[in-house]
Design a protein around this ligand. Sequence first.
Ligand code: SF4
Ligand code: SF4
Length: 404
Amino acid sequence: MMISSLIIEINKVGESMNGMVSVKEGKRNLISHNVVDFLNPDYVYIPILEDFSIEIETNSQVFKEEVMLRKGSKLVYAPISGTVIGATESMRVNDREVRCVVIANDFREKVNHKKSAMKYINEYVKEDFIELIKKYNAYEGDIPEDIKVLVVNGIDPDPFEKTASFIIDNHSSQILETIDAISSILKLDTTILAINNNDSENVINLTNNIGTYPNITLRLVPDIYPIGFKEVLVKSILTKKQEKGGYLYLSAQDIYTIYNVLKRNKPMTERLVTVGGNAIDKSFVVNVKIGTSLSDIIKNCCNIVNDDYYVIVNGLIAGKTLSTLNNVITTETRSIFLNTKDTQKEKKCINCGLCNSKCPVGLNPKYLKDHKRADRSKCIHCGLCTYICPSKINFKPYLGGNDE
Ligand code: SF4
Ligand code: SF4
């Protein structure tokens, strides 16, 4: 599916830099400043991931934050309290069919144990810190012994998303406290929080408060796409030596999740998601339960202005187009866009060279499209080549990403 050129325009090539482009303002600013809450879906759907066992029986009551699924030490928690009414095959995650456990909401948000809050989260020792963040799925990767650098990405990967920006705006003191705690628990030398220099409220707020945290360096990076992608950001803010020596990379959402884990042993049960696109009257950021269906969010929160729309998740430029609204919010969902269908047809390549010259990792997308066996492993699936092509050529199906 092509992106509507009415919504996204790129500045003239001369205004772009370093294989990246700046995206014009326009609809980006029309996002409501208040977070919309949608925390009372009738049902939530918990995907049964591969090799996970179900820990709760059908028709039994479940508490919020109770363990639902288990695979070894990996646990999946209930985002609401209610009754487990069985499993369904009808829901999807990123458009892939996944069997889900269904919980009928009792709207009581009952938790089994009230957990006391940890006063100073920087008092954890490294081993306990690692055990906790693994137990509550706050971080999946390994933390190498000799790690010395932490990069926190406070930039929204997509220029039309405001999720990371809102997380920092709503929880700036917790974010700074947590980054500082991680830095001291892991005894790091360098701790960088990167945000967009266009993210004005956060720039002002963090600049005013960062002095309290001498361990943390605030880096303001230019508002160019795809600077919010891990590979691009890391290259632009770390030295080659720091990059080679290994670093820990966390998003603003990861940091906020870690804060709740360290402070209250609380798993992620809800998250902020940007909802935008030209088929709704106004873009906004919604706080939703994990496991909520997209159809419930759209029915309850969106004012549709054009019924002939399609849905794309996790970025208007790089995201995945969905074939059904029976998809669920997961811990990875950042954004949902409802966009009108683009009637412009794909045309013949005019050999302008833009796709090649603007690829941030130096690939030639045209070559990859034409050569099935070419090495695509460096592609970061930023969608820039598709976005930038004046002939509307869609490269996504040829790049080995989730649109293939
Ligand atoms: S080839 Fe991959 S990395 Fe390069 S612009 Fe296209 S999607 Fe981005
Ligand atoms: S950007 Fe589009 S038109 Fe230009 S060279 Fe690439 S494929 Fe051809």
